[in-house]
Design a protein around this ligand. Structure first.
Ligand code: NAD
Length: 244
């Protein structure tokens, strides 16, 4: 049975992805640094295993290949979904806040993919990085978050080009706004109203709509697709309108 590791799987888009993968016949290892939330989420899912780890910690990530090999015979998919958001302009963004965002959103996928390339290469696996429409456009509020996601989009291309010879595909999903704890913390009423107006489908996406795009890119139906950043955003990117 195919096995995928999903980071940031305790809630939100990561949890929806774990659920959808399980529903479509994958084995799933759910990874998160929030142990109580992770264990509670996994209890509701039949057959998921849990790994408590922080993707920004090189020592914790270095232990993952051994942990995964102990539980599973193979690793076919890696979803680098764990992310944090911190909205603010350059002048209000301390170096500490900048580093916190970069550590999870950019260092994390770098460390994870580097650590798990050996396992993924055994049978030619796939990686899906979760970027954001905030990484496709500049805005006054997203100096750290937007830059981290733009970096992750470029990391996706770098990884796709380099790991192709190992049979590993690497793509990204760039979600538009989705009502999760992350978005609720940074989307003010003004931002929400502006998104509703600007998005051609006039609504936020759902966690499961993003999970569907992730599972597609991870699976066999996408076997000749690599190095792509797929916007799942209700058409926002097509409008050319600036981020609210
Ligand atoms: P969320 O806050 O609901 O869930 C994120 C999960 O990641 C949490 O369970 C958290 O504990 C975990 N996490 C955070 N840092 C971690 C770390 N260093 N190590 C391990 N686990 C960690 O967020 P979400 O909205 O589901 O976001 C998932 C991804 O989608 C993120 O990368 C986010 O940037 C991206 N995204 C979200 C939206 C949106 O509107 N919600 C839009 C575009 C992109």
């Amino acid at each position: 049975m195919k096995t995928a590791l999903v980071t940031g799987a305790a809630r939100g888009i990561g949890l929806a992805t774990a659920r959808r993968l399980l529903d479509t016949g994958w084995q799933v290892a759910m990874l998160d640094r929030d142990e109580p939330a992770l264990r509670a989420a996994a209890e509701d899912l039949d057959g998921a295993s849990v790994i408590v780890a922080d993707v920004s910690d090189p020592d914790q990530v270095a232990r993952l290949p051994e942990l995964i090999a102990a539980d599973f015979e193979r690793l076919d998919g890696l979803v680098n979904n764990a992310g944090v958001a911190d909205f603010g302009p350059i002048r209000d963004t301390t170096f500490e806040r900048w580093r916190t965002v970069m550590a999870t959103n950019l260092d994390g996928p770098f460390l994870m993919t580097q650590a798990l390339t050996g396992l993924l290469a055994v049978r030619g696996g796939a990686v899906v990085n979760i970027t954001s429409i905030s990484g496709l456009r500049a805005s006054t509020l997203r100096v750290a978050y937007g830059t981290s996601k733009a970096g992750l989009a470029q990391l996706t291309l770098q990884q796709a080009v380099e790991l192709g010879e190992l049979g590993i595909r690497v793509n990204a999903v760039a979600p538009g706004p989705v009502d999760t704890k992350l978005a609720l913390a940074v989307h003010t009423p003004d931002i929400r109203a502006a998104y509703h107006d600007a998005i051609p489908l006039n609504r936020y996406g759902t966690e499961d709509e993003i999970a569907a795009a992730i599972v597609f890119l991870l699976g066999e139906d996408a076997s000749f697709i690599t190095g792509q950043v797929l916007a799942a955003d209700g058409g926002f990117e097509a409008t050319g309108i600036g981020l609210p």
